[in-house]
Design a protein around this ligand. Structure first.
Ligand code: UDP
Length: 481
């Protein structure tokens, strides 16, 4: 088996964004695009991460690579093919950088050996592919260990990290101490927030780039209400007649037509929610830090305290067999199912645990899109969050988002204006209260959703991301680093 696998991404043109962006922002994007095309003539930009689907990094690579390829830039995406022990170590590192112990396993010499074994073969392949002058963007802890093999090759390495924590806790220090030796030769780093820059990278050459979404991707493209209904009824997420003219067709990111044909595997005891039942929705990987169980707990308290309030909860995540780099998925999903079984029947009937099919990433994306658009409230009750793409996605769709006041979410939402923040995410009562307030005041919910949409247009669309990358590459070339 190859140690690296390439993900093919189709080209997309920036023109499609003209109707969405302000003239100034569109003009700036075109300028950055032209500069990037010139700078990268006959050079390749390699991106390396550890999964082709599931999670925010895969989501962003799909869209950014599409646009850069549309410019004529040869940008490529390689995925490290790890084994279970490797992903156990990298998931442990992921938790550590968030300041959490994860499964509490050590991060010692044995773990270094496991880590280096997988990355050693991947590094050999990468060295064969990348030529002097090329850029290699290594994403997150799963790929940091590839950097030493690229030193002195004339390839310019950038390490981009999407996670971090504000306070230098012992766990975070342990995680960084594991990674630091691999990153010694890396000249440039990219982080999602200033507060995440670790001490050793705080040398003036770390750039902050905010994660973004593509408004035209299958995940975020506009969908007519009838199509939303058709997709949700077809997949079994919602019950009801399909409106005349409602269709399961959609536009794939490469411009070709797609169709939702699969159904969603849902754990539920009652019926699917009716089309007009208000839905509270969280879409996340099945990860302990996304706290799906905590969302269920908060929702249970809401319905117990306010039995008169209409509403059901959908917790949706990828089918756990499909996310290559996340060994905790099955465990977390099973735990949520077990807790769901223990709920009082009246609450249990109103909670739906959805495993979304991942065989076709674009089909998965359009299902998420329809579900987020249909939601009355979108929740992101993370216990830690680098930067929640699901938050931005829901805001773009004009949904009121109730989310934890931590990490990147603090940059995404202004409390009470473009969303609602929960001060203590570990307290399910706070979630229940916030949900109650939003569900009881549809006018306020709508106003929050409208502000949220504008905030995303101004700050969190992928073109801004492209402009930042163009500036970074220019800086690197002109400073000769
Ligand atoms: N996602 C998805 N299908 C799923 C669950 C999640 O496409 O079944 C996507 C979600 O829409 C978002 C990304 O995965 O684009 C999650 O990114 P986020 O930054 O919220 O969290 P991460 O998983 O990177 O920690």
């Amino acid at each position: 088996m190859a140690a690296l696998e390439e993900v093919r991404v189709g080209a997309k043109t920036l023109d499609r964004l003209q109707s969405i962006l302000s003239p100034d922002a569109f003009g700036e994007a075109l300028k950055a695009a032209a500069a990037m095309r010139e700078r990268l003539f006959q050079r390749v930009v390699w991106n390396v991460n550890s999964t082709a689907a599931g999670g925010g990094v895969a989501e962003m690579l799909q869209s950014l690579l599409g646009y850069t390829r549309g410019l004529g830039v040869d940008s490529r995406w390689l995925v490290v093919q790890g084994n279970d022990p490797f992903f156990r170590v990298t998931k442990r590192l992921h938790h550590a950088l968030h300041g959490e112990p994860g499964d509490g396993s050590p991060l010692g010499p044995d773990e270094h050996e496991i880590y280096e074994q997988t990355l050693g073969s991947a590094a050999l392949e990468l060295r064969r592919l990348a030529r002097p002058g090329d850029f290699v963007l290594l994403h997150d802890p799963q790929t940091a260990g590839l950097a030493p093999a690229l030193a002195q090759t004339g390839v310019h390495v950038i390490w981009r990290c999407h996670i971090g924590s504000e306070d230098p806790s012992p766990e975070a220090r342990r995680g960084w101490a594991f990674l630091e030796p691999y990153l010694k030769t890396v000249p440039d780093f990219v982080f999602s927030r200033e507060a995440y820059v670790p001490e050793f990278a705080d040398h003036g050459k770390s750039t902050i780039i905010t994660p973004s979404i593509d408004p035209l991707s299958a995940k975020n493209q506009d969908l007519p209400a009838d199509d939303i209904a058709a997709i949700l009824v077809h997949t079994g997420l919602v019950e009801g007649p399909v409106p005349d003219g409602g269709s399961c067709s959609f536009l794939r990111d490469d411009g070709t037509p797609g169709r939702v044909s699969r159904q969603v595997d849902v754990v539920r005891s009652g019926r699917a929610p009716a089309a007009d039942t208000p839905l509270v929705v969280q879409v996340s990987r099945w990860d302990p830090l996304k706290d799906m169980a905590g969302v269920m707990d908060g929702f249970a308290r809401l319905v117990t305290a306010h039995p008169e309030l209409e509403g059901e909860l959908v917790l949706a995540g990828p089918d756990v067999r499909s996310v290559a780099d996340d060994p905790e998925g099955i465990m977390v999903f099973n735990d949520v199912v077990e807790r769901w079984r223990a709920l009082p029947a009246a609450v249990r009937d109103r909670v739906h645990l959805a495993s979304l099919p991942m065989d076709d990433v674009q089909e998965n994306a359009i299902i998420v899109n329809a579900l987020q658009r249909h939601a009355t409230v979108v929740v992101q009750k993370s216990l830690r969050e680098g930067f929640g793409l699901t938050v931005t996605e829901a805001m773009w769709k004009g949904r009121p988002v109730v989310a934890s006041a931590l990490g990147g979410i603090l940059d995404q939402i202004e409390d009470g204006v473009s969303g609602v923040l929960i001060a203590d995410p570990s307290d399910p009562n706070q979630l229940a209260e916030a949900l109650c307030a939003v569900l009881q005041d549809p006018e306020r919910a709508e106003a929050i959703g409208a502000c949220a949409h504008e905030r995303v247009r101004e700050r969190f669309l992928g073109v801004g991301h492209l402009v930042h990358y163009a500036q970074l590459l220019q800086q690197i070339d002109t400073e000769g680093r």
